[in-house]
Design a protein around this ligand. Structure first.
Ligand SMILES: Cc1cc2nc3c(=O)[nH]c(=O)nc-3n(C[C@H](O)[C@H](O)[C@H](O)COP(=O)(O)O)c2cc1C
Length: 343
């Protein structure tokens, strides 16, 4: 695959296989971003206080000359893109971020002006930025390529967090997107697999299905550097049988009064108290009220723990560098043992 080379050329600090951390609203910050970058991966963090967090990321990474790209990516949820071009792009350009990650547009056309504006800024200024677009269907992948995405993040339905309500898992999705890229003559577009990858075995599977690298979200939640509450990390560590203990639904957002995503998206999370009570017949009104009361008392136990269906294979809390290096070692040993078994 030609684009494996491109990823390492575009993001020179990264090691092989390419591993990126997903942007995770509320659970990824400059500190996690810097840790992933230092370990040879790429973080696409969802930054709220953009300017401040990017400044902190640059100082955390130290010794990067001001005219050199900041080797992190920034994620944006784009279903309400008002002001993005005017407000966000100049800040991203001034910090020279290496990647901009776009997810969850309201309609197919929404990313077109954004990608065009980023590419215009890239062409005019000395800014080596790449556009990542997260897609969960073949149609979304085709549109993203036509609109000029540099990197497609192919998100399968095992993923934690928000995703296409109707979409396939990576085993169906990735090969079909890879073939589509070939048919479109777009083999310079890099492909990353996301959704249910938590270790070297998943990474090898994604590479075998046509990915040039992988993205992990849920696995990075259970790292020392991740700012997510410890109770979330514990819930993931104690979880198993993710096909049963997590569920894809729009209800998680309803219970937290965050039901703002367009209807083509839902989200996968651990089945918690709110979801269970609702299944047993509690009204939405009651469940939302109990959630609000718990939050007002400073209690976490009703909050949605967004997580993918591979939680059963996450066994310990580790540092980001241990995680990335361990996965890269496991990829090599898995490939070697597969090669041996094929002889
Ligand atoms: C806690 C959490 C928050 C997430 N938030 C975002 C987000 O803000 N933007 C986004 O594009 N994707 C988000 N995602 C989805 C990821 O981009 C990615 O597709 C997913 O984590 C991959 O599956 P995995 O969790 O099984 O590794 C989130 C995922 C999780 C687990």
């Amino acid at each position: 695959m030609t684009s494996t080379k491109s990823l390492q050329q575009w993001f020179r600090h990264t090691t092989t296989p390419f591993i990126a951390n997903a942007p995770m609203f509320g659970s990824a910050d400059y500190n996690l971003a810097a840790a992933v970058t230092k370990a040879g991966g790429l973080e696409a963090t969802q930054l709220i206080k953009l300017n401040e967090q990017l400044g902190k990321a640059r100082s955390e990474l130290g010794s990067i000359p001001s005219l050199t790209s900041l080797p992190i990516g920034v994620g944006f949820i784009t279903f309400n893109p008002t002001g993005f071009i005017q407000n966000a792009i100049p800040v991203l350009q001034s910090h020279r971020v290496a990647g901009i990650w776009l997810s969850f547009p309201k309609s197919d056309e929404d990313h077109l002006p954004i990608i065009a504006a980023i590419k215009k800024a890239r062409a005019e200024g000395d800014w080596d930025v790449r556009v990542f677009v997260q897609v969960g269907t073949i149609q979304a992948a085709r549109v993203a390529v036509q609109q000029g995405a540099d990197v497609l993040v192919v998100q399968g339905s095992d993923a934690g967090g928000h995703q296409w309500a109707q979409g396939a898992s990576l085993i169906s999705l990735l090969p079909e997107v890879r073939d589509m890229l070939q048919e479109m003559g777009a083999s310079d577009v890099a492909l990353l697999g996301a959704g249910g990858i938590v270790d070297g075995r998943g990474c090898v599977a994604a590479l075998g299905l046509g990915a040039d690298g992988v993205v992990m979200g849920t696995r990075f939640l259970v790292t020392a550097e991740c700012p997510a509450p410890f109770t979330f990390k514990q819930a993931i560590l104690s979880g198993s049988d993710g096909g049963v203990s997590t569920v894809k639904s729009t209800r998680h957002d309803v219970f937290q009064s965050t039901d703002v995503f367009p209807r083509q998206y839902d989200g996968r999370a651990i089945i918690g108290l709110s979801y269970s009570e609702s299944q047993l017949g509690a009204s939405d009104e009651d469940v939302i009220q109990r959630y609000k009361e718990a939050m007002a008392n400073g209690e976490d136990h009703r909050r949605t723990v967004w997580a993918g269906s591979s939680i059963g294979s996450i066994k310990e809390l580790v540092s980001v560098s241990e995680l990335i290096q361990g996965i890269q070692r496991e990829v090599r040993s898995t490939l070697a043992s597969l090669a041996q078994r094929m002889q």
